[in-house]
Design a binder for this molecule. Structure first.
Ligand SMILES: NC(=O)c1ccc[n+]([C@@H]2O[C@H](COP(=O)([O-])OP(=O)(O)OC[C@H]3O[C@@H](n4cnc5c(N)ncnc54)[C@H](O)[C@@H]3O)[C@@H](O)[C@H]2O)c1
Ligand SMILES: O=C(O)[C@H](O)COP(=O)(O)O
Length: 525
């Protein structure tokens, strides 16, 4: 039975969905790294929020794990390169908590404008300091948006609703999209110089780390108010503290910190500083959304092979997955065949599809070809890590979709560049389901690719098949199927035999010595 672990606090809807789909689910939260390492090996799927750190060590212990699902957006708590190398799909739910997080940013902006937390604390302390708390109006003020993706664009829309002017810095924001959003696209320096409020909505990357650095904070308009509901590390916390103390920054609200849980930040107790404990996504609506989405995505993947919102694999809908399944089996076998037969040092591979295959999503087909090809280098290769392994080895991968009508209703051709020139194999599906090889290195041959097989190239001459049959018979090897193709009468012939047991090395050597034999190779599918 498929087993999933939920290791962070998640809405009960997630567990309900797993159970309804026949998946065994354990909810075990608050485990230490060592405790998680001890149990993770049992699970096929792992559902997390931001508390569980899916490190290299956890991945190494996760011997059955196929997928990690993040009920939320940020995946900086998952070591994606290690997961990819281990063939584990990593998914998130990119939209389920965006509105909620945008609302939190807007809430913090209002709170900063009117010093709400301090006014509340003072009033409840019986001080009634009406003259101490003089706020600012938001109408007509300029909001500087750093990051104009899902959450940033919702923040912009809400801010425009309260009559703010919005300027945005995002290198990936197109001028057309900026017009659609009703924002002015600006450079970072322009934003720093013009904004009365700055709100951050980017992931934490090498480019965004300390985007509000000491130097950049110094370029802001005096008294600027800063909100960060994205990721700790976007703002230099030490420089922010100094800027709040000096009055360069008039107020700051952080939901996220460099170190979380943040229990002892130097920013605490600074006037005009507001903090919340990473609450951006914490509304019941958002938590229900992400719990449902993550549970459905993991279930679709574990039960049907559907891939949605994966960060290390192309998407594949639950409807597409069954259609693609036989193609992926064919693609994987063609990749494996060429991997077993072509020489090392492959530099280029091309995957061509025609007929019905050309109507399909080619990415999973390519992934399956590469998984087959790379399976000779690693036991743990699959569609997730194969493209990464191929890239690591410098393999140039080309995908070609042909419109032309061919001899077959559907065809996948895999060609590689070898030291001896280009070599290609091609296959089709019989009855839309059964993978069949139809061509090998320019010779037409029809064969299943399954189990133990023998590939023989010989001179096409009378008596050869008899001698081969006798040699195998004498060695006690039973032939299951026998497929023959040749370039022309008397030229080179290809034999593909399925055999009921693996062929011992001495028998292989004996076959190599049969008159007329050019190549003998044991294959395994
Ligand atoms: N506080 C919370 O609880 C909470 C909740 C949800 C999301 N988040 C975080 O909010 C962030 C944004 O989420 P999103 O869904 O809007 O992501 P998104 O991917 O939709 O948008 C991110 C935007 O950042 C832009 N960007 C990337 N590099 C940039 C750079 N160097 N300078 C400026 N812009 C850059 C991208 O072009 C993109 O438009 C993420 O880090 C996410 O983890 C936090
Ligand atoms: O990236 C996210 O989705 C947020 O940081 C939310 O994190 P959480 O699920 O731990 O609240």
């Amino acid at each position: 039975m498929v087993k999933v672990l939920i290791s962070d606090k998640m809405d009960p809807k997630a567990a309900e969905i797993f159970r309804a789909r026949g998946i065994q689910v354990d909810e075990i939260t608050g485990k230490t790294k060592e405790e998680l390492i001890a149990i993770i090996g049992e699970y096929d799927g792992l559902a997390i929020r931001s508390a569980t750190k899916v490190t290299k060590e956890i991945i190494a212990a996760a011997t059955n794990l196929k997928v990690v699902g993040r009920a939320g957006i940020g995946v900086d708590n998952v070591d994606i390169p290690s997961a990819s190398a281990a063939g584990i799909v990593v998914m998130n739910t990119p939209f389920g908590n965006s509105i909620t997080t945008a609302e939190h940013a807007i809430a913090l902006m209002f709170a900063l404008a009117r010093q709400l937390p301090e006014a509340d604390a003072s009033t409840q302390a019986g001080k009634w300091e009406k003259n101490r708390f003089m706020g600012v109006e938001l109408t007509s003020k300029t909001l500087g948006l750093i990051g104009a993706g899902n959450i940033g664009s919702i923040v912009a829309e809400r801010a425009r609703g309260i009559k703010m002017k919005v300027v945005a810095y995002d290198p990936f924001l197109t001028p057309e999209r900026a017009i659609d959003m009703g924002v002015e696209k600006v450079t970072l320096d322009e934003l720093l110089a013009r904004a009365d409020f700055i709100t951050l909505h980017t992931p934490l990357t090498d480019q965004t780390r300390n985007i509000l650095s000491r130097e950049n904070i110094a370029k802001t308009k005096k008294g600027v108010r800063i909100i960060n509901c994205a990721r700790g590390g976007l703002v230099d916390e030490v420089a922010l503290k100094e800027a709040l103390d000096s009055g360069q920054v008039g107020g700051a609200a952080l939901d996220v910190f460099v170190e979380e849980p943040a229990t002892n930040s130097p920013l605490f107790n600074t006037p005009n500083f507001i903090s919340t404990p990473h609450l951006g996504a914490s509304t019941s609506e958002a938590q229900v959304n992400v719990a449902i989405q993550v549970a459905e995505q993991l279930s679709d993947f574990l039960l049907d092979g559907g891939v949605t919102n994966a960060l290390n694999m192309p998407s594949l809908s639950a409807e597409e997955a069954p259609k693609l399944k036989p193609y992926m089996a064919l693609a994987e076998r063609l990749g494996s065949l060429i991997g077993q037969l072509a020489h090392d040092n492959l530099t280029k591979i091309s995957i061509e599809v025609e007929g019905a295959a050309a109507e399909l999503n080619i990415k999973p087909i390519t992934g399956a070809v590469l998984a087959g090809l790379m399976s000779r280098y690693s036991d743990t290769v699959n569609m997730v890590n194969a493209p990464f392994l191929a890239k690591e080895r410098g393999l140039d991968v080309r995908e070609v979709r042909h419109d032309r009508e061919g001899d077959y209703h559907t065809l996948i051709r895999v060609s590689v560049q070898t030291e001896e020139g280009e070599k290609s194999v091609a296959g089709t599906l019989f009855g839309n389901a059964a993978p069949r090889l139809v061509e090998i290195f320019g010779i037409k041959v029809e064969a299943d690719l399954a189990g133990n097989m023998l590939y023989i190239v010989n001179e096409d001459a009378p008596g050869f098949i008899g001698r081969l049959g006798s040699s195998l018979g004498d060695a006690g090897i039973n032939i299951g199927t026998f497929h023959l193709g040749r370039r022309g009468s008397g030229s080179e012939a290809v034999l593909l035999l399925s055999i009921d047991s693996p062929i011992p090395e001495p028998v292989l050597w004996a076959l190599c010595k049969l008159p007329g034999v050019k190549t003998v190779k044991a294959l395994k599918f």
